[in-house]
Design a protein around this ligand. Structure first.
Ligand code: 3HC
Length: 299
């Protein structure tokens, strides 16, 4: 059971990382009445986040208030007004109840981030990571607040997917865990609990599933179209595994697999696939060309 103090504990949250996941987390928290500061090092990323949050809120409002557009507009306006953006992480965490990190999947970068705010945030502030595949315990190891540290793993698209995985490490206090579970419920998610194991529940099953589908394709057993149709119509998935790997991002899927393969080289399920490696290489090449052409045209 949550204590009454923990039930009221989370009023202001700081989300670090203005990408797809960070923006989605900021949105659902603001929709549920939290004040939110969304932090990123890039003002351009923050501008894009605000635009995508506004668009997504419009979709939510349309769905919730089909017959009452005025109420829908009010929801969008109120939620947007609850989100401020900032490039100053230290200032943002000074008065925050919960920090959720949703930056790049790199342990060093996450260490740097949490180490830089551990002495600045109030002692009562809970730290959480939205990591897809890294160990929460390893991320928390650079802080002096492991009892106020946990994992909050959201799913893409955050405003639509109803699940929140709450991960506790052995040091996470009952109060912190209860507060995270209550907060997850308050923002409209169904929470499940998982130990600090690779991929927690969903990604531990979903990532090997997607890479097995890619291996099936590599062997020429079936076409991408047929694999996707098979899993949609035969197993009731909303997307097929090939489409899902693309939706999640080939780079994300590859980085998860690579990380696990490095840590657990003997587990065949985590073996990288040639096709994913090739796709990411090609996508990076295209991105680089786009970047180069932008810097040429803007100079
Ligand atoms: N914001 C707000 N609403 C959104 C939205 C967004 N970003 N994206 C979709 N929606 C809403 C739409 O408005 C629509 O609402 P309606 O029912 O009132 O019309 C509803 O969601 C369905 O959207 P669409 O009609 O556009 O499309 P689909 O019916 O094809 O659904 C989907 C899209 C919800 C993405 C569905 O295909 C799906 O569930 N796919 C699987 C997603 C999944 O598995 N995600 C988990 C990935 S793993 C992960 O995130 C973990 C990470 O660590 C890697």
């Amino acid at each position: 059971m949550a204590t009454s103090s923990s039930l009221n504990a989370i009023k202001h949250i700081t989300v670090v990382g203005g990408g797809l996941m960070g923006s989605g987390i900021a949105q659902v928290a603001a929709q549920s009445g939290n004040r939110v500061t969304l932090v990123d090092i890039s003002p351009d990323v923050l501008k894009k986040s605000q635009d995508s949050i506004q668009k997504s809120l419009g979709r939510v409002a349309k769905k919730l208030y089909k017959d009452n557009p005025t109420e829908g507009e009010k929801l969008v306006k109120t939620a947007l007004a609850s989100i401020e953006v900032s490039t100053d992480l230290q200032a943002a965490v000074k008065t925050t109840d919960l920090v959720i990190e949703a930056i790049v999947e790199n342990l060093e970068a996450k260490h740097k981030l949490f180490a830089s705010i551990d002495d600045v945030a109030p002692a009562s502030t809970i730290f959480a990571s939205n990591t897809s595949s890294l160990s929460i315990g390893e991320i928390a190891s650079v802080t002096k607040r492991k009892d106020r540290f946990g994992g909050l793993h959201f799913f893409n698209p955050v405003p639509v997917m109803k699940l929140l995985e709450v991960i506790r490490i052995p040091e996470t206090s009952d109060e912190t865990y209860n507060t995270l579970m209550e907060w997850g419920k308050a923002i409209g998610k169904t929470c499940i609990t998982c130990k600090d194991t690779p991929g927690f529940v969903v990604n531990r099953l979903l990532v090997p599933y997607m890479s097995e589908a890619v291996r099936l394709l590599e062997r020429g057993d079936a076409s991408a179209r047929d694999i996707d149709i098979a899993m949609k119509l035969g197993a009731g998935y909303p997307m097929g595994p090939i489409e899902l790997a693309d939706y999640v991002g080939h780079d994300t899927t590859k980085s998860i697999l690579d990380g696990w393969h490095k840590k657990f080289p003997d587990n065949p399920v985590f073996k990288p696939t040639e096709t994913l490696n090739k796709l990411v290489k090609e996508e990076n090449w295209v991105l680089k060309q786009e970047k180069d052409s932008i810097s040429i045209t803007s100079s």
